[in-house]
Design a protein. Structure first.
Length: 150
């Protein structure tokens, strides 16, 4: 005759094993959903508002999106084309020169060998700040899980 303790132990071990299998299935499904949500979020998000960026970040954005480098006046013209509000600066070109010079000094930009008036991305170019995620209506637990991914 099997003791009631052994029966209880066998039952507990079996339940434990079943739960462990379920946990693995859930972990796989959560990982799949996290990727799906991230991909869909990118498709649903609005393009960034360039005026939400600092002048330095807006300049970084211009340099990242241009091949062949840009001169300071070229940067000003591109910022103006993109709708960046340069009116908030007393002398926008001087502000652009100052920002670019600092970024050259820090290694974010390098002067082009073919035209020293132009700058291009350097080895230390900083990443642009990420726009806030669009998680409206998602449960807070899911928002926390998605934030942990970053």
């Amino acid at each position: 005759m099997i003791s009631p303790y052994k029966k209880a132990l066998t039952k507990a071990v079996n339940e434990w094993n079943n739960l462990a299998r379920e946990e693995r299935k859930i972990a796989v499904r959560k990982a799949q959903l996290k990727e799906t949500i991230s991909a869909l979020q990118a498709l649903c998000s609005e393009p960034p508002d360039i005026n939400a960026l600092s002048l330095s970040d807006a300049i970084r954005f211009m340099i990242r999106s241009t091949q062949g480098g840009l001169s300071r006046t070229g940067i000003r013209d591109k910022l103006d084309e993109m709708g960046y509000d340069l009116k908030k600066f007393k002398n926008p070109l001087a502000s652009i020169h100052t920002a670019c010079d600092r970024m050259v000094d820090s290694g974010e930009f390098v002067k082009m060998a073919t035209d020293e008036k132009k700058v291009e991305a350097g080895p230390e170019l900083k990443a642009l700040p990420e726009p806030p995620p669009i998680f409206a209506g998602l449960p807070s637990l899911l928002v926390t899980a998605l934030e942990e991914k970053k």
